[in-house]
Ligand binder design. Structure first.
Ligand code: UD1
Ligand code: CA
Length: 407
């Protein structure tokens, strides 16, 4: 690959989202949408990424501290071309190629970017863009082609003629430009459109009209072209991402009994031959080993680690805890901020009382402990190996010593 940098446009506010939070920080399967776009760039080997921020920019910056990001401020949001212009100082001497993506398009796949880069380099074009054919193109820029099928330009939805509104080939906003040509083209863009904005899409028609070569790849699947402008699109994109996450896990040897009724965070890791039963919700950085059985109706939260052969059943909630090999908690339990040793059995309805009203306290349960049904383990607490807690017992550090002697 020729030297390539990326620009991610993430400065726009979001009227349609109706939000106080920067749009690109809204989460898709547990990660801010911007994180996916960054990841796609890194996967194709891009080492420098300019992220243009404006609306709630400080909020965005505070969520990412990666060294390959250069933050660019766009004080006023005058349009997507204007956002690119804000990078001019950084790019003015750059001889390579510039990939431009939108922070509100988290579904872009790295394979598509590879195809885009391949086509661009083979064609030695001034610009190459990806296009996607959508059943419902409402809201997207339309790709206008001539009678020979050559691209002429992109027309925004609001600027379309009735005939152009019928076009189903849309612009998902993924472009690769020869950097020099890009800078020339954006200098000539005028805000003469319905929104009175500087449109990056006009760089495409601008290059074509000055005799430069522009090509497109049509290999983009509709499900990666979704741009998120509203809560409804956020939810639609999350569903698509969820299917991808589950498909990857199933390829890795995880059984997901009912994918439509299971939710798994993008950050979760799950080992081979683990079975995820229906209505399981996994949120945050959760690590599940091999051969486990989780659910139905289990809720695993951030910081949960299950080693191998752990069984968690109905209405079991685990948070910030490590459960060693062979632990069983089959019914109605809450395990929070706890280390649970090997082969511990946690009876129905037993919980760790980890919050004393002021702070969260930790519990440690030694190997081979038996916790009867309905026990309350009041943290901070350390239960020695082999302790035996009878049904209904309220255990605090004072009576914990007794329990281990009886065992
Ligand atoms: C844009 C494209 C449209 C395409 C669609 C795909 C333009 C003019 N239109 O429309 O052809 O089909 O994306 O989703 O480019 N942004 C800035 N600064 C600005 C304005 C926008 O950084 O001044 C950022 C936004 O934060 C967003 C991205 O650019 O991440 C796209 O802007 P948005 O307003 O969402 O454009 P669309 O109307 O969706
Ligand atoms: Ca958008």
């Amino acid at each position: 690959m020729a030297e390539t940098v990326a620009i991610i446009l993430a400065a726009g506010g979001s009227t349609r989202m109706n939000t106080q939070l920067a749009k690109v920080l809204h989460e898709v399967c547990g990660r801010p949408m911007l994180a996916y776009v960054l990841q796609a760039c890194r996967k194709v080997g891009i080492k420098k990424i300019y992220v243009v921020v404006g609306f709630s920019g400080e909020q965005v910056k505070s969520r990412f501290d990666d060294d390959d990001i250069v933050w660019v401020q766009q004080a006023e949001q005058l349009g997507t071309a204007h956002a690119v212009m804000c990078c001019r100082e950084h790019l003015k001497d750059f001889e390579g190629q510039t990939l431009i993506l939108c922070g509100d398009g988290p579904l872009i796949r790295s394979q598509t970017l590879r195809t885009l880069i391949g086509k661009h380099e083979a064609g030695q074009s001034a610009a190459t863009l990806a296009t996607a054919v959508l059943d419902d193109p409402t809201g997207y820029g339309r790709i206008v082609r001539d009678a020979y099928g050559n691209i002429q330009g992109i027309v925004e939805h609001l600027d379309c003629t009735p005939e152009q509104l019928e076009i189903k080939e849309t612009n998902p906003s993924n472009y690769l430009f020869n950097n020099k040509r890009l800078l020339e083209a954006i200098d000539n863009i005028k805000p003469d459109n319905v929104k009175k904005e500087y449109y990056l899409t006009d760089a495409i028609s601008g290059l074509i009209s000055t005799g430069h070569k522009v090509e497109a790849i049509t290999a983009m699947q509709p499900d990666e072209a979704v741009g998120i402008n509203s809560r409804a699109q956020l939810s639609a994109a999350s569903k698509i991402m969820q299917r991808r996450i589950q498909a990857r896990l199933m390829d890795d040897g995880v059984t997901i009994v009912d994918p439509g009724n299971t939710w798994i965070d993008a950050r979760a890791q799950i080992g081979q031959d683990t079975v995820i039963e229906p209505f399981t919700y996994i949120h945050g950085e959760v690590k599940i080993g091999s051969g486990c059985r989780v659910g139905p109706f289990a809720y695993l939260r951030d910081g949960t680690v299950l080693e191998k052969d752990v069984v968690l059943g109905v209405y079991t909630e685990v948070k910030n805890s490590t459960l060693a090999e062979g632990v069983r908690a089959r019914h109605h339990s809450f395990i929070g901020d706890t280390i649970v040793g090997r082969n511990v059995n946690i009876g129905a309805g037993s919980i760790t009382a980890n919050f004393d009203g002021e702070k969260v306290n930790r519990t440690s349960i030694g190997d081979n402990c038996y916790i009867g049904s309905g026990a309350v383990l009041i943290a901070p607490l350390e239960l020695k190996e082999g302790s035996n807690v009878g049904a209904g017992t309220v255990v605090s550090q004072e009576n914990a010593e007794e329990l281990s002697k009886k065992a």
